[in-house]
Design a protein around this ligand. Structure first.
Ligand code: C2E
Ligand code: CA
Ligand code: CA
Length: 957
């Protein structure tokens, strides 16, 4: 080192100086001012620039290639020239290895040994520069980052209240687009008043500690009136004592996000209320596992599930789809097309009921899961309605075309035919294509113009016509009786009339046949009892009016039963026919020969002029003649037979004023004749009147019976043979006499009727029946839909002026639904005062009470009445039922009644069914309801209850 020590002045001060020169950390050089040659360098120079002392001294910096920029060298020299010194002149120098070094040069001119020299200290600032650059770079990067994140920054010096804001921060606050330096208040001037208050509160909380992080969103009010949402995140810095010192943070414009959230919120709200309030079922299910995520109330109510039973379960698990293959197909389609429109699908409700829906589905994302949003529209009802409509249209078309009746549809205003059916062709001979567009007038369809006027008048008045009997004309001229009904209908907005015309000639024939059968004895074709009584009644009135007399001859063949039993029925029948012929031959045309049944005949003689005695004599004469005539031997099957009669005679009107009385008295006289040894004639005599007193005895007994509660009701079940169920019962009156025991209903009810007591007793019957029925209903023993209690109503009772009210009152008191009560009436009721009868029946029927026509077939059995009467059922009289299996005539009556009932849409009940044969015959004819000993006799209430199905089974399917 010593040999290298610089040649500096060798004084003490100089020595120290030299030491500093050589050991200083900075590179130092001394160069000749004019030549630029280095006179001295120090060790640091060698170290930093790579030139040894030997290589450097005597050479210039130019020769060593130290300068990167000669301009820089010149400027430095100029600077030294001007000021004799430089102080931290920045240069870039090159090392021997060519590396660049940033340096700061300090120095001055001095005079050394007569030469002007430069003493320069070169401080290497390369590292510092690099650090500065790095800082600048990172600042730039930060700015860039902040900028690209659109973040503004601010820095608030709390003690001074001064705030720095970046350009972006300033712009966000609508301040000039430059860095902001100014008071805190000025920077935040645009902040909404309420937000500013909140901001202060938030800062106060923060200042209290311990937290230092702060996040706050506030609104900046822009000049344009718009509002900007700014989010600030900041940190609070404290001094060593923990007092707030600085706060610095970022600023972000989140207006768009806020707005987006707002609209999202609003739309979510909208969706939620749409979802919840939708009348159509909606569900959201997850694609991954098919589980329901959400269902709306309509979904629950439509499909019967509670939300919690569905959510979290798959449709598969709750068996939602009726058809799984369809589900898979639609799922694939949805995955492919991302949506599904109007797919018609059947779903099953919780109860397993099928519901048809139109389904629309689309894919949506919910909580980052792919889901299916499906809406359903229940079209089950619509489909049903469509199907029903179609079915009813088809039904109508079928009914229209296949109806045996003639049906036409005409335009109301013009009367032109729009459509007619095959039945119309049959009835009139006109084919549909011949009449369409024409009117009935043009075709001359109606046989009687007056009838047509009546029809139109009724239509005008009531708007419809029901069952008007009219005369219809075939195109070939012949006429037919038709039953016409007209209903207004609307066809696609055109007012039309639907007219049905039924050819009633066949029905009329059936009616006549029934009438004849009902009034005549099949074996002999003689009038039967009914017809006899009818004629008798007429004759009584007629004779009275003309002050004439008549007679009733009751004729019974002696020992006929014996002949019948020994020779057989065919012989018996032949005898009866022969007797008939002989009787008919021996009376006048106007007289009536009737057969009451068996071997009983009755002859009604009329129009006899003369005193009682005279008449009696003449009638007796005739009777004797008849006796002789009948006694003539008959040859039958090789047998020679002699038949003798016993004849009883009652004179009209001397021996009675009613058919029943007269017949009974003739009967009494006949028995007297039998008693007198047969083959005789007996005239009725008052002494024979035992029956009358019997009746009186009965009547007085009956008068007390009500008060003494001797009456009761028995119940006879009515059965539907198709299921063997009891569908009703008939209440039958019973009388238990305190000493004479049970009385025959047939006789005591007659007396009740004759005496008028039936009104009081009949009323009791209705009350009692209603109560019993209500009790059975309450106890669950009978089904309101499937039971009906029948009560017999006698004509006298029915005619009472308050009859309807009394029935309704009884129902009311018992609390019995009217539909459970059926009133059995006989044709006797009907014939008298038809209009009044219909009106009464109608009123009861409106209340729900039903009607049955009792003993049908024995009375008038007239279609005219039957069609007009609001009856629900016909009861086929037991006399026909009884003999139907053995008697073809009765069988035919039964058949005809059933056919008639069916064609009028009435229910049919057969009475007095005692044998399986009778039942089989009825069944075969389509009559399934029956009542009779075969199933049960009329029984007391408790026994009847035992016949009913046990309580718990009642109503079970
Ligand atoms: P009805 O209305 O024709 O009643 C049916 C009658 O046939 C009952 O006779 C019944 O016991 C009987 N019967 C039922 N099934 C059979 C069977 O299989 N074979 C036979 N031979 N007969 C059967 P009952 O109880 O003697 O009544 C006679 C008539 O008395 C009844 O005839 C009815 O007209 C009248 N009647 C009964 N109760 C009342 C009532 O409360 N009020 C009124 N006004 N008349 C009543
Ligand atoms: Ca009856
Ligand atoms: Ca009956």
């Amino acid at each position: 080192m010593t040999q290298h020590s610089p040649s500096l002045p060798e004084s003490d001060g100089q020595d120290q100086f030299a030491k500093a020169f050589h050991t200083g950390p900075d590179a130092m050089v001394i160069s000749d001012r004019d030549s630029g040659r280095f006179r001295e360098i120090n060790a640091s120079f060698t170290e930093r620039f790579g030139w040894s002392r030997e290589e450097a001294i005597g050479r210039t910096s130019l020769q060593l290639g130290i300068w990167r920029s000669l301009d820089e060298r010149q400027r430095m020299l100029d600077s030294i020239d001007a000021e004799q010194r430089i102080d931290g002149f920045e240069v870039t120098l090159l090392t021997r290895a060519g590396e660049e070094r940033s340096a700061r040069v300090y120095g001055c001119q001095i005079e050394l040994q007569g030469h002007i020299c430069l003493v320069l200290t070169i401080r290497d600032v390369t590292r510092l520069r690099a650090q500065e650059q790095a800082l600048r770079d990172s600042q730039e990067r930060l700015d860039l980052a902040l900028d690209s994140a659109q973040l503004g920054i601010w820095d608030w010096h709390i003690p001074s209240g001064m705030l720095y804001g970046s350009i972006r921060a300033a712009v966000l606050h609508e301040l000039p687009a430059q860095d902001f330096h100014g008071p805190f208040g000025e920077f935040f001037a645009c902040v909404d008043e309420t937000d500013r208050r909140r901001m202060r509160q938030a800062y106060a909380r923060l200042a209290k500690g311990p937290d230092n992080d702060y996040q706050f969103t506030y609104r900046a009010q822009l000049q344009s009136g718009e509002v900007r949402y700014l989010e600030s995140r900041a940190r609070l810095y404290r001094d060593t004592e923990g007092k707030p010192l600085r706060m610095a943070g970022t600023l972000l414009d989140i207006t768009e996000q806020v707005m987006r959230e707002r609209t999202l919120e609003a739309s979510e709200e909208k969706f939620a209320s749409l979802f919840q309030g939708s009348p159509d079922p909606i569900c959201v299910s997850r694609v991954r596992d098919g589980e329901f995520i959400e269902v709306n109330p309509s979904f629950c109510s439509t499909f019967g599930w509670r939300a919690e039973e569905v959510i979290g379960h798959s449709s598969h698990l709750i068996a939602f789809w009726a058809d799984h293959r369809l589900r898979e197909r639609l799922f694939e389609q949805l995955m492919r097309d991302h949506s599904l429109q109007n797919a018609e699908v059947q779903f099953l409700t919780r109860e397993g009921r099928s519901i048809t829906c139109m389904v629309a589905s689309r894919l949506i994302w919910v909580d980052r899961q792919l889901c299916i949003l499906s809406t359903f529209r229940d079209v089950t009802r619509r489909q049903q309605a469509e199907a029903e409509l179609k079915a009813s249209q088809e039904k109508f078309a079928k009914a229209f075309h296949s109806s045996p009746d003639a049906i036409t549809i005409t335009e109301r205003d013009s009367g032109r035919y729009i459509e007619v059916n095959e039945g119309f062709h049959r009835l009139t001979g006109y084919r549909p294509e011949e009449v369409t567009g024409h009117t009935s007038l043009e075709l001359n369809i109606w046989g009687d113009p007056e009838e047509r006027t009546k029809l139109l008048a009724a239509l005008d008045r009531d708007g419809y016509v029901h069952h008007l009997e009219m005369c219809g004309r075939h195109r070939d001229g012949h006429t037919k009786t038709v039953d016409v009904s007209v209903e207004p209908i609307d066809l696609g907005g055109t007012a039309c009339l639907l007219l049905t015309a039924r050819d009633t000639s066949e029905l009329r024939e059936a009616e006549a046949r029934i009438q004849h059968l009902a009034y005549h004895d099949a074996l002999t074709d003689l009038p039967n009892r009914a017809l006899l009584m009818d004629r008798l009644k007429q004759q009584i009135a007629l004779l009275q009016r003309h002050n004439l007399r008549g007679a009733l001859l009751f004729l019974d063949l002696d020992h006929f039963k014996h002949i019948n039993d020994s020779l057989g029925h065919s012989v018996g029948d032949a005898i009866l026919q022969m007797v008939t012929a002989r009787l008919e031959a021996s009376v006048r045309q106007e007289d009536t020969v009737a057969r009451l049944g068996g071997d009983e005949f009755v002859i009604l003689l009329t129009g006899i002029d003369g005193s009682r005695l005279e008449t009696a004599r003449r009638v007796r004469q005739l009777a004797e003649k008849l006796r002789d005539l009948l006694a003539e031997p008959m040859l039958l099957d090789g047998h020679r037979l002699q038949i003798t009669p016993s004849i009883g005679i009652a004179l009209i009107p001397d021996d009675g004023a009613t058919p029943e009385d007269l017949l009974k008295r003739a009967d009494i006289a006949m028995y007297r004749a039998k008693d007198a040894g047969r083959n005789t004639v007996q005239l009725f005599h008052a002494s024979m009147q035992k029956a009358a007193s019997e009746r009186l005895r009965l009547e007085s007994g009956l008068r007390m019976a009500i008060a003494r509660r001797e009456f009761s009701l028995h119940y006879q079940p009515q059965i539907d043979s198709r299921g063997g169920r009891i569908v009703g019962a008939e209440a039958l009156l019973r009388w238990e006499h305190p000493t004479q025991g049970a009385q025959s209903p047939a006789s005591f009810i007659r007396v009740l009727e004759d005496s008028g007591l039936i009104i009081a007793v009949g009323h009791w019957v209705i009350e009692e029946a209603c109560h019993t029925c209500a009790r059975l209903l309450a106890e669950g023993r009978i089904d309101i839909e499937d039971f009906c209690l029948s009560v017999n109503i006698s004509p006298r009772q029915f005619r009472q002026s308050d009859f309807v009210e009394r029935v309704l009152d009884s129902l009311d008191k018992a609390g019995l639904p009217a539909r459970l009560l059926k009133l059995e009436i006989t044709e006797g009721i009907v014939i008298q005062q038809l209009e009044d009868t219909i009106a009464r029946m109608q009123r009861l029927r409106q209340a729900g009470v039903r009607f049955a026509m009792d003993d049908f077939g024995t009375g008038y059995s007239s279609l005219t009445y039957l069609k007009r009467l609001p009856v629900d059922s016909l009861k086929i009289d037991q006399s026909f039922v009884r003999d139907a299996p053995n008697d073809s005539n009765d069988a035919e009556i039964v058949r005809a009644i059933i056919a008639m009932g069916h064609s009028l849409g009435l229910e049919l009940i057969a009475e007095g069914v005692e044998t399986p044969e009778q039942l089989a015959l009825l069944e075969e004819q389509g009559c399934h309801l029956h009542q009779g000993y075969l199933f049960s006799r009329p029984v007391p209430l408790e026994a009847f209850i035992d016949l009913l199905p046990p309580r718990d089974r009642q109503g079970a399917p």
